[in-house]
Design a binder for this molecule. Sequence first.
Ligand SMILES: Cc1cc2nc3c(=O)[nH]c(=O)nc-3n(C[C@H](O)[C@H](O)[C@H](O)COP(=O)(O)OP(=O)(O)OC[C@H]3O[C@@H](n4cnc5c(N)ncnc54)[C@H](O)[C@@H]3O)c2cc1C
Length: 459
Amino acid sequence: MSVIDTPALCDLAIIGGGAAGVLAAIGVLRGASQPLRLLVIEPNLPLARGVAYATTREEHVLNVPVAKMSGFPEQPEDFLDYLCDAQVFPALTREQIAPMFVSRGLYATYLRQRLQQAVDASPAQLEIVAARVQALEPDADGVLLVLDSGRPLRAGRVIIAVGNALRPLPARGASSLAADKRVEAWDYEALAGIASTADVAIIGSGLSMADTVASLRATGHRGKIHVLSRHALLPLPHAKGAAADYDPEPLLAMNLRQRLHALRRHAAEAAARDIPWQSVMERIRPLGQQLWQTLSEDDQRRFLRHVVRYWDVHRHRIATHLYAQLIELQQQGRLQLHRGRLETAVAEGACVCLYAQDRKRRPLQLEVQCVVNATGVEMRAQAMRNPLLQQLLGSGVGRAGPHGIGLDTAADGSLVDADGVAEPRIQVLGSLRIGRLWESLAIPELRGQAAAAAKQALR
Ligand SMILES: Cc1cc2nc3c(=O)[nH]c(=O)nc-3n(C[C@H](O)[C@H](O)[C@H](O)COP(=O)(O)OP(=O)(O)OC[C@H]3O[C@@H](n4cnc5c(N)ncnc54)[C@H](O)[C@@H]3O)c2cc1C
């Protein structure tokens, strides 16, 4: 593997070297039977970190157990194999490691190791370009890419794997706050640098909030923690328990209201047999995409408007020790959960004053030394602050997905243009396919998409 200056021609360019881009690269390298030139274009090196796995903090753990985090559909225990072979936890047995929620940084190391192995064994050549793609345009000879260096590059095919975009802090005045007063939850170094005595307001109450609290605790933070979100729902924990054995297929024929009733009923029946509701959710996990695609457009809209917050806390769960930490801090009065909508953020001396409204439109005011943006992943294509996506939408090479979320894609992952025509030479991976698939964020979906895109590219 070498990092190179911009070359002029390649067979395949993968835009984005996070987990999805790296998995696609491994698929191509493993599947290639003859020499070909493959580029991964990624501004933030080393590869495989992206947003999720860039953290080097021990306390930032995967929200899925080791046994379910393989990068490869055909080797379901590959991450577990890696941790055992590399003796990352020499004192533990394979059985003990399988259910663990390990530090996310380990996942990037795992992917890079598998990438190196694939490079060593492949007739294909991988080159890494440390750059950001600003624009792309398909034409008769392939796809023309413009990098931030200004130099053009031509690829036979392209895979777009630019991943997650952070939502901006939803408050007037937020952008003029000084850097030490406004921290992004995905800026792991800045998080670790928050003064231990600072009172902190975390905006958003999802997984990035849990990460932030874990970081504050690990760095000995003693100040007050306010968590402000529109629904004030904390993420819920994983639970050990027997598998739920109901048949989830009939859900596919139901409308949204019927599905919610049915799931509540299954949870109540499970509880009566000492089976946790988490097992009921696990049972529908493999059907995630079908459940979305079989909802009517109106029901999808209703889901996005009324149900998604409740879905998120039940579906995207956290390790039990992180949940226990949140509850303990709440009980000690050190973490206060507020339900409200943030409106304005104003710096006043050493403090930041946050002005919000609660559900009944009553004013809610918080005075802290630091505000953390943990509002999570931006789903609306138009709002994503990525010049490449803005160019795709502006030029009509792509269009927003259903309900304006993500990019529109065909069933095989090809980008769909403004006229509704799919471009098979441009494949899209990951969270950008959320409008069509809904379940398209986590490794179990990404590994399948990456393997399919690699096969398509080699065809
Ligand atoms: C905090 C957090 C924790 C998570 N934890 C888990 C977990 O435990 N288990 C799980 O299964 N999933 C988890 N996820 C879901 C996660 O999104 C996926 O697992 C995975 O990391 C997504 O990878 P990706 O490559 O699609 O996107 P990203 O990780 O976002 O990577 C995209 C890459 O593209 C690059 N890029 C962006 N724009 C351009 C451009 N124009 N040109 C070139 N490069 C560009 C970026 O620099 C980035 O490196 C988590 C997500 C987050 C945000």
